[in-house]
Design a protein around this ligand. Structure first.
Ligand SMILES: Cc1cc2nc3c(=O)[nH]c(=O)nc-3n(C[C@H](O)[C@H](O)[C@H](O)COP(=O)(O)OP(=O)(O)OC[C@H]3O[C@@H](n4cnc5c(N)ncnc54)[C@H](O)[C@@H]3O)c2cc1C
Length: 421
């Protein structure tokens, strides 16, 4: 049944985008070879995604970076119509019901975008906002918010962080009190991706006075609800085309049936939700870093100094070899985590390592490559400087490096226990 479904999916996509499959660029060659990991269906899917990125994203990224936002509504619709916003979401709600490896293949191909801000916005929909709805939401929540988001008709966002609680999720202050069949929400959320373009937010808030890990619920709030106020768009170092905002909630009324899953289990749901989010953030760096290395090779091969190509300096080609090695180590770790994730085992430890390593490799590769571009590397004209800015986020967003180290230490049994006074 699944094989039939996959075959029909591939032929549907090929019908929509039935022209040539990309084989010319080095990137596509890498996709075709795929390091032996992805299978032919998944490679086909990547070719379709790359084509969409080339036609619908790359020609416009400069403008979107300048404007500090991207046309979420129309782009989501295009991706939704191609079936790409629900690759591993349930078929009953418009998803394709395929395993996570297909979705991983999609994220890698999306990385062909020449600015990561759009990827971040699209990822906020597929990898952080809709997963809790798909995994724990009621049929009502799935029909009302999940299905239209998979179709690309609605845009969603996830609100966990607050000005006083980012790493320390348990310390968040936004609250919801019951009033009849409704909840009344007060508080705020900070650094929210898609804040301005979203139709709905799923936010984590305190719904009882119990212990901090058992008093929170995830609640879906339509952004048009009276009492939802957007503060200004945040100006950022990178990911400029992604809209990031602060949202205030002032006596916002939603029906209690908008609680995702069981009341007061929101913290646990979110801890589970961090795993696909962190895996997606790690996957997001693979293609951009590959492109940074490839474009640096091409540039230093052309650029001559002291009578020879820059690339012929042993320091430069050895350094590029080191960076490629780091990237391949990261890739292997990520692929191993995906297999563990799909296998249904607890992948928290490996996923935390992926997220940590992805942030560190991204910083190392973009910084080292940028150096070899000299003055050009310091301009906004080249991919390397774009990625230097954009990918700095990976060590901060979705749990900072130090939070990942804490999780890994816990699994190693070396995290000191908190002594309660
Ligand atoms: C562009 C962008 C998009 C984002 N999108 C979203 C979104 O869509 N939804 C959402 O909810 N949030 C979002 N965030 C928020 C993001 O997840 C938080 O910024 C992140 O979790 C870090 O929290 P913080 O900024 O409060 O840092 P803090 O918690 O103040 O930590 C600051 C620094 O202290 C260090 N640190 C923290 N804890 C420890 C520790 N235990 N031990 C040692 N050092 C430590 C780390 O270096 C950390 O970077 C986004 C952030 C950005 C920048």
């Amino acid at each position: 049944m699944r094989a039939v479904f996959q075959a029909s999916y591939a032929s549907r996509l090929l019908k929509i985008y039935s022209r040539r499959i990309y084989t010319a660029s080095g990137y596509s060659t890498a996709i075709q070879e795929n390091y032996g990991y992805y299978e032919s269906d998944q490679i086909q899917l990547q070719n379709v995604v790359k084509k969409l990125v080339d036609t619908e994203i790359n020609p416009h990224v400069e403008e979107w970076e300048r404007d500090g936002c991207w046309p979420a509504r129309s782009l989501m619709k295009k991706f939704g119509s191609a079936g790409l916003l629900g690759i591993s979401k349930p078929v009953e709600y418009g998803g394709l019901g395929l395993d996570y490896k297909y979705h991983a293949a999609y994220i890698e191909a999306l990385g062909h975008g020449r600015a990561c801000g759009v990827l971040l916005g699209m990822g906020a929909q597929t990898d952080i906002a809709t997963p809790p709805l798909a995994n724990f939401g009621s049929d009502y929540i799935k029909r009302e918010f999940l299905a239209p988001s998979i179709a690309g008709d609605l845009v969603g966002c996830l609100g966990i962080s607050e000005a006083g609680a980012g790493s320390d999720v348990a310390g968040l202050k936004t609250s919801a009190r019951s009033q009849g069949d409704d909840l009344i929400i007060n508080g705020h959320k900070m650094w929210i991706t898609n804040a301005w373009c979203a139709d709905w937010i799923v936010l984590l808030c305190n719904t009882s006075h119990g212990p901090a890990h058992r008093n929170k619920s995830l609640v879906v709030v339509p952004m048009k609800s009276p009492g939802v106020h957007l503060a200004k768009r945040l100006d950022k170092l990178g990911m400029k085309s992604s809209d990031t905002g602060q949202i205030f909630f002032d006596e916002v009324r939603v029906p209690a049936k908008n609680i995702v899953g069981e009341e007061n289990l929101g913290f646990t749901y979110q801890m589970l939700g961090f795993q696909p989010e962190r895996l997606a953030l790690a996957l997001m760096v693979l293609t951009p870093l590959e492109l940074c290395i490839q474009e640096t090779i091409a540039y230093t091969r052309e650029r001559k100094a002291f009578g020879k190509p820059l690339l012929d300096n042993q320091f430069i080609h050895f350094r590029l070899a080191e960076l490629q090695t780091e990237l391949e180590c990261l890739r292997s770790l990520i692929y191993r985590s995906i297999d563990q994730f799909i296998g249904g085992k607890d992948a928290t430890n490996l996923v935390s390592m992926c997220k940590l390593k992805a942030g560190r490799v991204a910083r190392e590769v973009t910084d080292a490559c940028l150096q070899f571009w000299g003055g050009m590397g310091f301009t906004n004209e080249v991919l390397v400087s774009q990625m230097y800015r954009d990918l700095r986020l990976i060590s901060i967003g979705g749990g900072a490096d130090e939070v990942m180290l804490g999780v890994i230490c816990k699994y190693m049994g070396i995290l000191p226990k908190i002594v309660k006074k």
